[in-house]
Design a protein around this ligand. Structure first.
Ligand code: AMP
Ligand code: ZN
Length: 114
């Protein structure tokens, strides 16, 4: 694992605007927001993508969704609505190979996504 940007942030070696953190999961604002609310939710554990998740990771994955729910409330989009996205590999446009959930909200989304 060479130079993972999100591991750098987790070690405090790069700045980020955290909106939530606990023992297993952190959430911080995306540096290049695609919506008025754009928060990334990720495990402290380095898992490159959904292709590497194992049955032992189901707890972490559940926690990520629970944190998404909390972040939606903190950010005031729980009622208006939001989108949760996980990109995997090239066709999805995944840029950072440390599993993360995008929480996007604060504007009307289109479907299908681009
Ligand atoms: P993905 O394409 O799913 O891998 O998403 C990676 C996301 O990380 C993109 O939306 C980037 O804007 C965001 N990003 C990259 N570097 C940083 C950073 N240093 N702090 C916060 N977000 C970042
Ligand atoms: Zn990492």
């Amino acid at each position: 694992m060479l130079e993972c940007v999100f591991c750098n942030i987790l070690r405090g070696e790069m700045p980020a605007e955290f909106v939530y953190e606990d023992e297993q999961i952190v959430a911080f604002r995306d540096i290049n927001p695609q919506a008025p609310v754009h928060v990334l939710i990720l495990p402290r554990k380095h898992i490159p993508s959904t292709n590497q998740i194992t049955p032992g990771d189901v707890g972490i994955l559940g926690e990520m969704i629970l944190v998404a729910r909390k972040v939606a409330e903190i950010e005031g989009v729980a009622d208006s609505g939001y989108r949760l996205v996980i990109n995997c590999n090239e066709d999805s446009g995944q840029e950072i190979y440390h599993l993360h959930l995008h929480l996007l909200g604060g504007r009307r989304m289109t479907w299908p996504p681009g």
